[in-house]
Design a protein around this ligand. Structure first.
Ligand code: FAD
Length: 209
């Protein structure tokens, strides 16, 4: 932990277990990348992200403003958030959300050319396990058009909000329902491409024991 990753507001929600960090990164897939653009303005750009070991991998077009700026070595603050539920308290003030969120600070550096395919494979495997080996390899042109950046998981914080509503004693008799409405994110039924040829089986997430 560093001074800037020390959670000051509601520090009881801070988690310093790296396994929880990994779980948040592995489940969230969408990262919001905050950085200061060339003109001095802060921007936050959503993008896909996948953890590979102790790095967070980001990939995008070599023509992307964000990827070009990050490759220059600017500092980033990347956040990944899982929304787990709505907390319905007896007052609006105490109503809140269940979440697990991570913030990672640092500099993302380009993955060397000779490690690019392995990094892209790791991203694909993180998102769609088993799919990469069923696809043709990327072409040289595709690789040249793609930048892969790695952000080391060194300076980070995780905040987890859970538990029941925390109502004031004087509100407990209010005639309103109180509790938690869980939010569950899941895949729906696969929708075949209109130009799908043959009858290949759709990709399905692996069943976890
Ligand atoms: C889905 C969701 C909804 C939220 N809704 C609200 C809301 O409505 N109002 C509100 O005030 N806050 C909300 N929060 C919490 C919010 O993210 C901040 O933690 C909070 O506002 C305090 O910010 P701060 O800059 O004062 O924190 P500080 O504690 O001063 O931040 C210091 C350091 O703590 C770490 N940190 C802070 N927040 C987080 C976090 N969420 N995840 C990981 N690390 C963190 C960072 O490293 C940061 O640099 C929500 C969070 C999530 C994920």
């Amino acid at each position: 932990m560093t001074d800037r990753t020390r959670i000051r507001r509601l520090p009881e929600k801070a988690v310093d277990d790296v396994a929880v960090l990994h779980a948040v990164l592995d489940a969230s897939r969408v990262a919001h990348v905050g950085f200061v653009d060339e003109d001095g303005h802060p921007v936050v750009v959503p993008t896909g992200a996948a953890r590979s070991g102790d790095r967070l991998l980001l990939h995008g077009s070599t023509g992307s403003r964000m990827y070009r700026r990050l490759a220059e070595g600017v500092e980033v603050c990347v956040t990944l958030t899982l929304l787990d539920g709505m907390v319905l308290a007896r007052s609006a003030f105490e109503s809140s959300m269940h979440y697990r969120s991570a913030m990672v600070f640092g500099v993302a550096t380009p993955v060397p050319e000779d490690e690019k395919v392995a990094a892209l494979r790791a991203m694909s495997e993180a998102w769609l396990p088993g799919r990469w080996d069923t696809l043709r390899p990327p072409t040289a042109k595709e690789l040249a058009a793609t930048m892969v950046l790695a952000l080391p998981l060194v300076e980070w914080s995780v905040k987890v909000s859970d538990g029941p509503p925390d109502d004031a004693p004087e509100d407990l008799d209010a005639p309103v329902w109180a509790g938690v409405l869980p939010i569950v994110t899941s895949y729906g039924d696969p929708v075949p491409a209109p130009d799908l040829r043959g009858t290949p089986n759709p990709w399905r997430p692996p069943v976890r024991a």
